[in-house]
Design a protein around this ligand. Structure first.
Ligand SMILES: Cc1cc2nc3c(=O)[nH]c(=O)nc-3n(C[C@H](O)[C@H](O)[C@H](O)COP(=O)(O)O)c2cc1C
Length: 212
């Protein structure tokens, strides 16, 4: 389909079609709190790894031309959390996308539990087995469409020890972390293999059995 045809698609169809093109994505709940203590939680599928040293993550925020509570809280408090979504609460996670009034906590509305650590101001999601606390580093405007890339430095990671393999790899199937397609498809995953570091003169080999 050509660019001109995509532009002419009915709005809802185009949204579904284009949102499906980036394939499976991670589903994460971003937790924040306002300066006066109002908690906020919302699902995001645009979380990306930006680097391991320093440990940085980012995500894409829709244009802030309308009130975006997550964005406002991050800018005001310099703090946010990223929490994996799992099989046992993906419907609750989806519900956090609803446009609730600022005075409503999506934790309460969706039936999820805020959890606070001593090191991070923003609330984590207690039910999540992979919780990441971050401090705000910078926000980059994507000029092409007015979205923002929000970048955070990892301050604290809370992961159940049994999910961490001896070499640092996280067992996401064991955690029950879900994958998301488009804006409403939720998927259970099945690992095919971990492969050896790619080298020009070598076929990839399956690794990880020795540490299972
Ligand atoms: C599956 C799914 C993925 C989403 N991913 C994003 C995203 O990556 N970026 C974004 O700005 N909004 C995303 N949204 C929309 C937000 O969840 C929604 O705008 C939410 O109401 C924002 O809440 P807030 O105003 O409290 O920050 C997504 C929604 C769904 C259902």
């Amino acid at each position: 389909m050509l660019k001109s045809a995509i532009k002419e698609l009915p709005k809802r169809y185009r949204t579904n079609f284009v949102n499906s093109l980036s394939g499976f994505k991670s589903g994460n709940l971003i937790g924040t709190i306002s300066p006066d203590g109002q908690e906020n939680l919302a699902i995001f599928t645009s979380v990306v790894h930006l680097g391991a040293n320093p440990a940085l993550m980012g995500f894409i925020m829709r244009p802030v031309s309308v009130p975006r509570h997550t964005y406002e809280n991050i800018i005001a408090t310099n703090s946010f959390t990223i929490n994996h979504v799992h099989l046992d609460f993906y419907k609750k996670a989806h519900q956090t996308a609803a446009r609730y009034d600022r005075a409503i906590s999506e934790f309460a509305a969706a039936g999820l539990t805020p959890f606070y650590s001593e090191n991070v101001k923003a609330p984590f999601v207690q039910e999540s087995k992979v919780k990441i606390g971050l401090s705000f580093v910078e926000s980059l405007e994507i000029k092409a469409n007015g979205t923002q890339m929000i970048i955070g430095a990892i301050e604290e990671v809370l992961v159940a020890p049994q999910l961490i393999m001896p070499d640092g790899y996280l067992d996401l199937e064991k955690a029950g972390t879900v994958a998301v397609s488009c804006l409403d498809g939720y998927h259970q995953t099945q690992k095919l293999a971990r492969l050896s570091y790619a080298k020009p003169d070598r076929e990839p080999e399956e690794i990880g059995h020795e540490i299972l």
